[in-house]
Write a protein that binds this ligand. Structure first.
Ligand code: SER
Length: 611
C-alpha cells in the first residue's frame, strides 16, 4: 500500500466513527517552550487532556508531521527516521480502552477499511505496573486484547520503562504538572531471524529488528503533583500514535521503511548519480538512508521557516545537511545533489503538504549555500591537519574547525600517521555527554516544571502585542513567537527600530494592565464571528471552523458576558492563560523589554521578561 492511501484510510476510518479531522500542527511549535520540534501528535493538544474543551469536540483524528532529534546519530538502520508522520486519534474524556483497542485492531486488519495486516503477525504489550510510583497493572487491556482474539503468546507485559508514556518518560521522571499514563503497544512481526547479540530470547521489545512497533495507545489519565504523587485527570483520555511509514512498511511485509513509495524517486536518483544500487552493500545502504531521511526532514524544516544556524532548530537543521553532505561524498558523488533530492520530496508530498513544493527555491538556495560553506570548512580543516604533521589532534580539528573526526581518521590512516584514538574517544565522549546534558535541559526547560511562569509569559505576550499596536500602529501583527519560563519573544511586522520612548511607552501600558488586575476570559466561537470581532491571529496560520478566543479585560468581564467591545485585547489562541493579569505581577514583578532588534526584513523581534 502507498503512504497516501494508508493515511487516507486511517482518517476515513476514524471520521466514520465520529472523529473530527484536524490539520497537522506546524512542525515547529508556537508557544510551546518544552521542545524545539513537534515530536508527537499529542503535543499541541496538551491543554485538552487537562480538561479544556476542544473547539472541534471530544474525538479528533489527524496525521501529524513530527521530528525527533534524539536519534539523529542512529539513522542508518532500516526503521528509524528523524522526520515521520504520526497518525493520531484522541478521546478527551469520551471513549476509552474498550473502544480504542478493538477499533485499532479492526483498522490494522480490515481489508476493506484498513490496512489488511495479517492478525497472526501482530503482537501486543501492556503495562505490568510500577512499584516505585505505585502505578497498578493494566489487566483491563490484557482482557480486551484476549476478547478480540489475540492469542496469549502474542500478549506481553512490561514495566514503566516500556509501557508507560509521558513526554518525560517513566512516572518518577515526570516533572510536576506533566501528564501521562499506561500504554498498550502493537508490534508487527517481520519474521527476520533473531540476533543473539540483543539477548537470548526474542520478544516484542527486543531490538534485533524482528518486531517493529507500529502503534501506541496511551491511556492518558494522570498528572504529577507537587508532592511527587499522581492525581487522576478530570477525565480519562486516549492518545493513540502510529508511525505512518512503519505501518506502510508492514503492509509490504518488509521492515525497510526506506523502500516504501515516498522514498522511491529520491532513492532512484541517488542510485543513478552514484552508480550504486541501494542494496549493494551495508555501507552504501546506510549512506542512502541517512541522505534520504535527512534531506526529507531538512526540506520540511526549511519550508517551515527554519534556516541553518548554530543555535536551536537551525543547529539541528545544519547537522542534518552536513551529515548528508558527508554521506554524499562517501557515495562518490562530486556535484551538488541535495537540492535535486529535495525536489523529489517536494513532488511526492505536493498533494498533502504543498508548502514544501512551494518552497522549492528557498530550499535549493539554503542547501546549496550550506554545501558551499561546509566545503570551505573542510578545506580549512585540511590545511590545519597538514600543519599538524605527525601529531594530528582530531579533537581540536573537530571542535575548532568543525572538521569531522571520521575524516581525520581516514586521512591519517592513509598517510600512515598514528592518532591516539583513545584520547580522541575520551574527549569526544565528554563532549557528547555535555551536549546531551545541554539538549536534555533544552527539552525539559519550561512548561512542565515551571508551568505557572510560562503561562504568565503567555498572557504577557498578549498584552505586549496589543501595546505594540497602540504605540506603533494597527499594522503591527504577530509573525512568530517563542515562550519559555524565563522570557517571552515575539516577532512582529514593523519596518523600523523602536525608539527608547516607544519602548518605554509599551512597557508602561503592559505594566498598567497588570496593575489594573483584568480578568481573562475564553470563549469558543465560529471563526468568522471571531474575525468580525477583530480578534488578532497569526497571518497564514490554519484555523478550524470553531476557534478558541482569549480576551483580556474589561474589569467586569465574565464568560457569560465577556463584553468584547470593551476588552483590552482579543486573540485567537489555544491557551493556557492566567485568570487575571494581576498574576503577572507576582512577587512585585514588572514587565521589561530586554532587547529590540531586527529579525528579518520588515520584522522586528522583542525579548521581554517579568522580573
Ligand atoms: N503520545 C504517544 C506517542 O508519542 C502516542 O501518541 O507515542
Amino acid at each position: 500500500m502507498i503512504l497516501e492511501e494508508a493515511r487516507k484510510r486511517y482518517i476515513d476510518f476514524f471520521v466514520k466513527r465520529w472523529h473530527v479531522h484536524i490539520p497537522s500542527a506546524p512542525i515547529v511549535p508556537e508557544n510551546d517552550p518544552t521542545t524545539l520540534f513537534i515530536s508527537s501528535g499529542m503535543q499541541p493538544l496538551v491543554p485538552y487532556f487537562l480538561g479544556l474543551p476542544h473547539p472541534e469536540g471530544k474525538r479528533l483524528v489527524n496525521s501529524q508531521t513530527s521530528f525527533r532529534t534524539e536519534d539523529i546519530e542512529e539513522i542508518g538502520d532500516n526503521r528509524h527516521t528523524t522526520f515521520f508522520e504520526m497518525l493520531g486519534n484522541w478521546s478527551f474524556g469520551d471513549y476509552f480502552k474498550k473502544e480504542q483497542l478493538p477499533w485499532l485492531f479492526e483498522f490494522l486488519t480490515s481489508r476493506d477499511e484498513g490496512l489488511g495486516l495479517d492478525s497472526r503477525k501482530l503482537f501486543v504489550t501492556t503495562f505490568s505496573g510500577d512499584a516505585e510510583s505505585g502505578m497498578m497493572v493494566d489487566a483491563e487491556s490484557v482482557g480486551i486484547w484476549k476478547s478480540i482474539g489475540i492469542a496469549d503468546d502474542h500478549i506481553f507485559s512490561y514495566g514503566a520503562r516500556k509501557n508507560w508514556w509521558s513526554r518525560a518518560g517513566v512516572p518518577n521522571k515526570m516533572p510536576v504538572g506533566e501528564i501521562g499514563g499506561p500504554d498498550s503497544e502493537v508490534f508487527y512481526d517481520f519474521g527476520t531471524p533473531h540476533d543473539v547479540r540483543f539477548g537470548e530470547e526474542c520478544h516484542p521489545n527486543c531490538d534485533c529488528g524482528r518486531f517493529i512497533e507500529i502503534g501506541n495507545s496511551v491511556f492518558m489519565q494522570f498528572i504529577k503533583q507537587q508532592d511527587g504523587s499522581f492525581k487522576e485527570l478530570p477525565m480519562k483520555n486516549v492518545d493513540f500514535g502510529g508511525g505512518l511509514e512503519r505501518l506502510v512498511a508492514a503492509t509490504r511485509n518488509d521492515p525497510d521503511v526506506f523502500l516504501i513509495d515516498v522514498f522511491n524517486t529520491a532513492r532512484i536518483m541517488l542510485e543513478r548519480r552514484s552508480g550504486n544500487p541501494y542494496g549493494s552493500s551495508a555501507h552504501i545502504m546506510r549512506s542512502f538512508r541517512i541522505i534520504l531521511d535527512h534531506i526529507r526532514a531538512a526540506s520540511f524544516l526549511i519550508a517551515s521557516g527554519i534556516r541553518p544556524s548554530n543555535t536551536e532548530q537551525g543547529y539541528v537543521l545544519r547537522r542534518l545537511i552536513r551529515r548528508s553532505i558527508r554521506e554524499v561524498g562517501k557515495l562518490g558523488i562530486k556535484d551538488a545533489v541535495l537540492a535535486d533530492i529535495s525536489e523529489e520530496f517536494g513532488a511526492v508530498y505536493a498533494g498533502t503538504y504543498s508548502f514544501v513544493l512551494e518552497a522549492t527555491e528557498v530550499i535549493r538556495e539554503e542547501l546549496e549555500k550550506e554545501e558551499r560553506q561546509f566545503k570551505k570548512t573542510l578545506e580549512h580543516g585540511l590545511r590545519e591537519l597538514e600543519k599538524m604533521g605527525n601529531h594530528v589532534d582530531a579533537f581540536t580539528l573537530f571542535t575548532t574547525y568543525g572538521f569531522p573526526v571520521e575524516l581525520t581518521m581516514e586521512i591519517a590512516t592513509e598517510r600512515g600517521v598514528s592518532v591516539d584514538l583513545s584520547a580522541v574517544q575520551e574527549q569526544m565522549e565528554k563532549h557528547r555527554v555535555l551536549s546531551r546534558t545541554g539538549a536534555a535541559q533544552k527539552f525539559a526547560g519550561g512548561l512542565a516544571d515551571h508551568m505557572e511562569k510560562t503561562v504568565r509569559y503567555h498572557t504577557a505576550h498578549h498584552l505586549l502585542l496589543k501595546a505594540l499596536q497602540m504605540v506603533l500602529g494597527p499594522d503591527v501583527h504577530q509573525r512568530g513567537s517563542n515562550i519559555t519560563s524565563e522570557r517571552l519573544r515575539i516577532d512582529f511586522s514593523y519596518g523600523q527600530k523602536m525608539t527608547p520612548e516607544q519602548k518605554a511607552k509599551v512597557e508602561k501600558i503592559v505594566n498598567e494592565k497588570i496593575i489594573e488586575a483584568l480578568p481573562i476570559t475564553r470563549i469558543v466561537m465560529k471563526k468568522d464571528e471571531a474575525e468580525r470581532l477583530g480578534a488578532d491571529h497569526e497571518f497564514g496560520a490554519n484555523y478550524p471552523e470553531q476557534v478558541s478566543v482569549y480576551s483580556v479585560g474589561p474589569k467586569s468581564a465574565t464568560e457569560a458576558d465577556p463584553s468584547f467591545s470593551e476588552a483590552f485585547s482579543i486573540e485567537f489562541c489555544g491557551g493556557p492563560h492566567v485568570r487575571n493579569t494581576a498574576e503577572l505581577g507576582t512577587n512585585g514583578a514588572r514587565f521589561r523589554i530586554l532587547k529590540e532588534e531586527a529579525s528579518s526584513s520588515g520584522i522586528r523581534r522583542i525579548k521581554a521578561v517579568l522580573e
